[in-house]
Write a new protein. Structure first.
Length: 147
């Protein structure tokens, strides 16, 4: 399990250390939502799974944090103090999260990077005192609502 935590920390560090892209985003609008594949590291059960992630545009500094793990709902809020997902010009975006899961309060962090206007790379970690938690790494492709 320690090796997985080292991998997660390395990924988060690598994303945050990436230099700013030399692209002039201008005033382009961010996509309405992102969908894509991911790898989820279940630190409680020492298991790794492929997942499909879905994320909204990320326009708010305070954003919802929702998840379903082991058939239990995780509900919380993220404070995106590094920047928001909708900030195409941000070097990195993300921040801490506080949530309620399985009758316990927990915390974590999300950090992401725009690889292009449409493609993002995100890493996150969530845990409570009684739950070893989960970490994930995902790539999202941005789409716009058809209406």
């Amino acid at each position: 399990m320690k090796s997985r935590m080292i991998v997660v920390l390395a990924v988060v560090t690598a994303i945050s250390a990436m230099p700013a892209l030399a692209v002039d985003w201008g005033k382009e609008k961010a996509p309405d939502f992102y969908i894509g594949p991911g790898i989820e590291f279940d630190l409680e059960n020492d298991d790794t799974n492929l997942t499909i992630s879905f994320a909204g545009a990320g326009k708010g500094t305070i954003a919802p944090d929702l998840g379903l793990y082991d058939d239990k709902l995780l509900v919380g809020a993220r404070y995106m103090f590094l920047g928001r997902r909708a900030d195409l010009e941000a070097d990195v975006y993300g921040g801490p999260t506080v949530f309620w899961y399985d009758d316990h309060i927990g915390g974590g962090v999300i950090i992401g990077k725009h690889l292009s206007r449409r493609v993002i790379l995100e890493a996150s970690y969530r845990a409570t005192g009684d739950w070893d938690g989960e970490a994930d790494l995902s790539v999202g492709y941005g789409l716009d609502w058809p209406w």
